[in-house]
Design a protein around this ligand. Structure first.
Ligand code: BTN
Length: 270
């Protein structure tokens, strides 16, 4: 079980992680955080679980992670942001994870739009944001983060695409240190973002990604777009240069073109 006292010991964040609800087993930390947020639980509160029986991934998928080896947690956010701004929050969370991983392990993860982080070209972290909104803003947003930390065995269908920080580095990783560090960076970036309406977030995210300039295929709402990833728009969309012009994509699954992918520098060498 995650030792909450260890996470909070020396925690520099003022609101993130000040309240932590820890569970051995739960359906989904996002579901629990939603219920808490609906009952006025303060911003920055965290729900963490050793195991999720119904962990949720993006696009209706499931998120499976072995008990006791990983980090699955959700943070309650109450951003003053328009519904269109919601696409910037996963970028905030991704940069916080990237920085936390670098501080704790020395590795430099590669952010992959929209919500993934990779090491050595394989995914070790996924992010799921769920917002509850009213007319022109959000009551709250739940930022759910799943990180493969020390897991060493993956289901055969994921083996080629998934990894953990331990598998990539060859060392076991202290989960409390990692969580503390991510919460600190998350708060710092989120408060900075709130001050300037998240304007500088795309720029910051780009410094943690090698994706721009590469050939990609994006599957978005049943259509596949092929082109070159040429930037991140101020609203968090991926800008894609295709044979028929430039387009912004707001959601979807990205596949890096195999040749570009292989010739990309190893994520830990950035
Ligand atoms: C994805 O890559 O599809 C996103 C995965 C998000 C998983 C995390 S684990 C903690 C939180 N609770 C959930 O049910 N999902 C998110």
């Amino acid at each position: 079980m995650i030792d909450v006292a260890k996470v909070q010991k020396g925690l520099k964040a003022k609101i993130f992680g000040r309240k932590v609800y820890a569970f051995d087993s739960i359906d989904s930390t996002n579901n629990c955080a939603r219920a808490l947020a609906g009952n006025d639980c303060p911003e920055g509160s965290v729900v963490v679980a050793e195991y999720q029986t119904a962990g949720k991934g993006r696009l209706g998928r499931i998120w499976i992670a072995d008990a006791g080896e990983n980090l699955t947690f959700s943070t309650i956010l109450r951003p003053k942001i328009s519904p269109e701004g919601l696409n910037l929050l996963p970028l905030v969370a991704a940069v916080a994870v990237a920085r936390g991983v670098t501080k704790t392990t020395g590795m430099k993860p590669d952010c992959k739009w929209p919500n993934d982080l990779l090491v050595g070209g394989k995914k070790f972290c996924g992010i799921l944001l769920e917002g509850v909104s009213h007319d022109n803003g959000f009551d709250y947003v739940i930022a759910g983060i799943g990180i493969n930390v020390n897991q060493s065995v993956f289901p055969p269908d994921l083996h080629e695409r998934a990894t953990s920080l331990r598998a990539a580095s060859g060392h076991p990783i202290n989960r409390e240190d990692l969580l503390r560090s991510i919460l600190e960076y998350f708060e710092e970036l989120y408060l900075l973002g709130k001050k300037e309406e998240f304007r500088t977030i795309p720029e910051i995210w780009l410094t943690h990604s090698t994706m721009i300039g590469k050939g990609v295929e994006v599957e978005s709402e049943g259509t596949v777009f092929s082109g070159r990833a040429s930037g991140i728009a101020p609203d968090g969309a991926l800008i894609l240069t295709t044979a028929s012009g430039t387009r912004s994509v707001y959601a979807g699954d990205v596949t890096l073109h195999p040749l570009d992918h292989q010739s990309a520098p190893h994520a830990t060498d950035n």
